[in-house]
Design a protein around this ligand. Structure first.
Ligand SMILES: [Zn+2]
Length: 626
């Protein structure tokens, strides 16, 4: 055992350096500091301590096999054996983790994960054997010295991403703020008729803005919807979906790229891991601030620990927190932090106009208002429901929410909106909009069900469908003039209109590929067709697509021969609860044909292979159960 005491700290240093190097390599847009290295070192040192006992036993067995190995030089065996026991479990976990994702352990049923695991472990053993030969040929102490020096150099001094070429600053153009309040249904905001005081600062902004009353999100899944906001095309066109959370630049162009090319400085600041730059959504942003958890959470060492947490919680439900084991790692961060970082970036000394994209995740489940939001908007309640339990895996199945329970959840949600509004107030005040030169477009990526629908079926919660509360979002546009006049606009608008409108504000023509409208000049006609694609499902039978035309809304559920259609008359039934397809057979045929033409129900929708596995984040954020 004593022969393992020198290798342990040395190997931990080398592995921590390698691990933090890989994090910086994979996420070059993130600022990083030496804390990443020290956190990773702590984890690897712990793994080393845990590996001492099996390593000692392995060495004893090797001694009994009397054949000398390695043949000459220093005794490399303790180094190699300890390295194997530290690294191979992490390799095994990382390999299998690629297959579990949202489908849980059932992803391990086929032969492929195990073949890959066997391949990875065999490769690891070969590398260890080669290392053993090499280490055996040279002095162990010298090798350790060189290894530690190189590792520390790599761990501390990995070069930052080279700066981008900066285009010449254009003539005076307005700054552009795209402010997305995640999970914000419009009817809970004062400018959209909410009677409770959920959003006083937004009301002030709305008083001097264009308020689009009839505004739909392009999707109900955070990533796909944000991609539509930034590209001006529907999910059907940009192609991103739950199992393929990836921005494919061959299919669409982000306004961040276009504005950067035109001389804007561009910054993205997000509150959720679902919008991680690993998806490619950071394209075009000079600064993309998506680090919602400590940097160490991206290392292989942490992923191994997270896997162990999940296994332990599977065996012992009391170890679950919020239904899922994700201690330390939260996959989201508060809006106050996001806004502070965005403001610091805006205030940088840089003469170029800026485009700043901000995602605030606070109103998303769980609903946990803290400050004034709780005291002002949450009425007395003494039932079993709290802001996250009711949607977590720990909730009692079969419990029927009473109207008091539903009101409480709704209060909590509104309390979150109030707290968020207060955070945004300080941020907007700091921008000094009254001086002119800055345009603000506030919207959301989707709404939220708060118990609507059939309570016998459990009511409508979440945002995994295309029902009215889930797709009606605010769209408030404050023009860059010092004191613009407010106006309410009834024309039908959509999330795909955001990108062309922001480009137009900057003085550029929207690209030919956009599927949205420039809302500054092109007020959409009442009969305009609008689409909502919901891609937030693992099963094709649950895919939804909605087509809005005039007062009518067609919904398709599922694809293939099983696809079902419903038709709603929003003029008579604004909540879209009663199917009227029998009363309007001709219109039904016309709209179904239109939908088929755009996205055939029989189209193949097999999930493609993907690089980044967002499973743990999506589960933690409530997108999928086990
Ligand atoms: Zn969202």
């Amino acid at each position: 055992m004593g022969s393992l005491l020198l290798p342990l700290p040395v190997l931990a240093i080398v592995l921590a350096a390698l691990d933090s190097l890989l994090v910086r390599w994979a996420l070059p847009w993130r600022a990083s500091d030496v804390r990443l290295f020290f956190h990773a070192y702590f984890l690897w040192a712990c793994f080393g301590l845990l590996a001492l006992l099996p390593s000692g036993l392995t060495l004893r067995v090797l001694e009994r096999c009397s054949r000398p190995w390695p043949a000459r030089g220093a005794d490399a065996r303790p180094w190699i054996v300890l390295l194997g026991w530290m690294v191979l479990p992490v390799v095994a976990q990382a390999t299998l983790d690629e297959h579990t994702s949202l489908i849980g352990l059932s992803g391990l049923t086929g032969a492929r994960p195990w073949l890959e695991l066997a391949g990875a472990l065999a490769g690891g053993v070969v590398v260890l054997a080669l290392l053993g030969r090499w280490l055996g040929a040279v002095s162990g102490a010298r090798t350790a010295g060189i290894g530690v020096t190189l590792a520390l150099a790599a761990g501390f001094f990995f070069p930052a991403r080279p700066g981008r070429a900066v285009a010449a600053a254009p003539a005076a153009r307005p700054n552009l703020l795209l402010l997305v309040w995640d999970t914000c249904r419009s009817d809970r905001l004062e400018p959209y008729g909410c009677a409770r005081p959920t959003s006083p600062r937004l009301s002030e902004l709305a008083a001097e803005s264009l308020v689009f009353e009839d505004s739909l999100s392009a999707s109900t899944f955070t990533f796909t919807s944000h991609l539509s906001l930034l590209t001006g095309v529907h999910p059907n066109t940009h192609g991103a979906q739950l199992l393929d959370m990836r921005f494919d630049p061959a299919r669409a162009t982000s306004i961040a790229e276009e504005l950067a090319a035109a001389g804007y400085r561009t910054g993205g600041f997000v509150g959720t891991d679902v919008l991680s730059g690993r998806t490619g959504i950071q394209r075009g942003f000079e600064v993309y601030d998506d680090q919602v958890d400590p940097a160490v959470c991206d290392t292989f060492a942490w992923r191994f620990l997270h896997g162990l947490q999940a296994l332990a919680a599977g065996a012992l439900p009391t170890l679950r927190f919020n239904g899922q084991p994700h201690w330390i790692q939260d996959f989201q961060r508060p809006g106050s932090e996001v806004l502070a970082r965005a403001l610091a970036w805006i205030r940088r000394d840089d003469p170029r106009p800026w485009f700043c994209f901000v995602n605030l995740y606070d109103a998303h489940w769980p609903y946990l208002p803290e400050g004034e939001g709780r005291s002002r908007l949450v009425r007395p309640y003494d039932g079993p429901v709290d802001g996250f339990l009711f949607r977590s895996d720990r909730w009692q199945s079969g419990y029927r929410m009473s109207s008091a329970d539903e009101r409480h959840v709704s209060d909590l949600y509104e309390g979150e909106l109030f707290d968020l509004d207060a955070r945004v107030a300080g941020f907007l005040d700091a921008l000094e909009l009254e001086r002119g030169g800055t345009a603000v477009l506030m919207t959301s990526d989707h709404g939220e069900g708060l118990g609507e629908g059939d309570s016998a079926e459990g009511g409508l919660w979440n945002h995994d469908d295309v029902r009215e509360p889930q797709v009606r979002v605010p769209l408030v546009l404050r023009l860059p003039q010092p004191s613009p006049e407010g106006r309410r606009v009834r024309a039908p608008v959509s999330g795909v209109d955001v990108a062309p409108t922001l480009l137009a504000l900057a003085g550029f023509e929207p690209g030919a590929s956009t599927e949205g409208r420039n809302l500054l000049v092109d007020e959409p006609e009442a009969e305009r067709e609008r689409w909502v694609d919901d891609r937030d499902h693992l099963q094709p039978a649950e895919f939804r697509c909605a087509l809005y035309r005039g007062a009518f809304k067609l919904v398709r559920t599922g694809i293939g021969p099983e696809a079902r259609y419903e038709l709603f008359d929003l003029a008579a039934d604004p909540a879209a609860t009663a199917d009227v397809q029998r009363e309007h057979p001709e219109l039904l045929g016309e709209l179904v044909a239109r939908m088929e033409e755009r996205s055939p129900a029989g189209a193949a929708t097999t999930a493609p292979e993907h690089g980044w596995n967002p499973g743990a984040a999506l589960q933690a954020l409530g997108y999928a159960g086990e």
